[in-house]
Design a protein around this ligand. Structure first.
Ligand SMILES: [Fe+2]
Length: 346
């Protein structure tokens, strides 16, 4: 595995790149907008293709690079189910697993610092975002923060991990780079408490000023998907009712862009073909599955994903490649299920 811990001096944010040497695929955790060029260059130098960009939570102290990386490199944006961010390609629940070849990350929902805080657990290490810092914990006084929830997240989800699990936090203001669960259990001053009430009393009396970037960062981070909207996409978006009418008249060929674990968990539109978004460029090239299907098929190709974000991006890519009879399902499989569309298990 290729592993990089990168630092943004302005917000004291740590960003992590994980790369799979065999597949050449990479993911990035908590990227900072101003560092986008640096990430793009480094990934290129390391020979890695970025397939996923994850945020541990909605950040208040820096603007995320999720949108910029998605637009530059075509990666999938990933956050927790609870996130209020407008357009996230893949939303995680507690226990969901993100795979990068044989590297896997388990999402742990750890509300407290914010209600959408997640930690990502790998075999020997955990990326704790602001839930657990080195000798500290993330503040709980804004963005639906909750010190009691934070206590349970830290004590039940994180401190129950093996003591030698490496802790890679989302920030450090003193220059420390990593710790372990055992070290934090023994020496983190916030964790030397008898219970949730004592922890909440400490957290409620920190009296911290708001982060300098808060007003700018939160607003910007809520709308990372804004650039997805373009007239071509709007024109070629089908609502669930329209897509179902196509299906009933046997005029639709559904293409599922989600990943295998998402399909297994949520189900699929019956009869749909699978073309994961990460493999899209291969499917669009001459000889690729979607290119062949578009050429030899009178039915309308309807792209869908979980929420309609990946399918909007893929629609643009297919149109740019000259494919005409393509639409995408607005709101994705989520909307399909909400509106009573038929589903099959997978
Ligand atoms: Fe934070």
């Amino acid at each position: 595995m290729i592993f990089r811990q990168l630092f943004d001096g302005l917000s004291c944010t740590y960003t992590y790149i994980l790369g799979n040497e065999e597949t050449g695929e990479a993911l990035i955790i908590d990227p900072v907008l101003e560092k986008t060029e640096h990430y793009v260059r480094l990934l290129d130098e390391l020979g890695l293709k970025l397939v996923k960009a994850l945020d541990t939570h909605l950040h208040a102290d820096h603007v995320t690079a999720l949108g910029a990386l998605r637009d530059r490199l075509g990666c999938i944006t990933v956050m927790g189910r609870q996130s209020a961010v407008d357009m996230v390609s893949m939303r995680l629940d507690d226990g969901d697993v993100i795979e990068l070849g044989d590297i896997s990350l388990r999402a742990l929902h750890t509300p407290g610092h914010t209600d959408d805080s997640y930690c990502y657990l790998m075999a020997d290490r955990v990326f704790t975002g602001d839930t657990l810092l080195i000798r500290g914990t993330g503040r709980t006084d804004f963005q639906n923060g909750d010190p009691v929830a934070g206590y349970h997240s830290v004590f039940e989800k994180l401190l129950s991990l093996p003591g030698d699990t490496l802790v890679y936090p989302g920030h450090d203001y003193k220059g420390d780079t990593l710790s372990t669960i055992a070290e934090e259990k023994a020496h983190n001053p916030r964790l030397q408490v008898s219970g949730a009430d004592e922890y909440a009393a400490i957290m409620d009396n920190l009296n911290l000023p708001n982060p300098k970037m808060m007003d700018v960062a939160v607003a910007a981070n809520l709308t990372i998907g804004a650039s997805v909207f373009d007239p071509m996409v709007e024109e070629n978006t089908l609502c669930v009712a329209e897509a179902r009418r196509c299906m009933e008249k046997d005029e639709a060929l559904f293409i599922d862009l989600r990943e295998a674990p998402e399909r297994r968990k949520a189900g699929v539109i019956p009869g749909s073909l699978h073309a994961p978004y990460a493999e899209l460029s291969g499917h669009i090239q001459p000889g690729g599955m979607l290119r062949e299907l578009a050429a030899g098929n009178a039915r309308t190709m309807i792209l869908y994903c979980a929420h309609g974000e990946r399918s909007a991006l893929a629609l643009r890519a297919l149109k740019d490649a000259g494919m005409e009879n393509v639409r995408h399902l607005g709101g994705g499989f989520d909307a399909w299920m909400r509106d009573g569309g038929p589903a099959a298990g997978r």
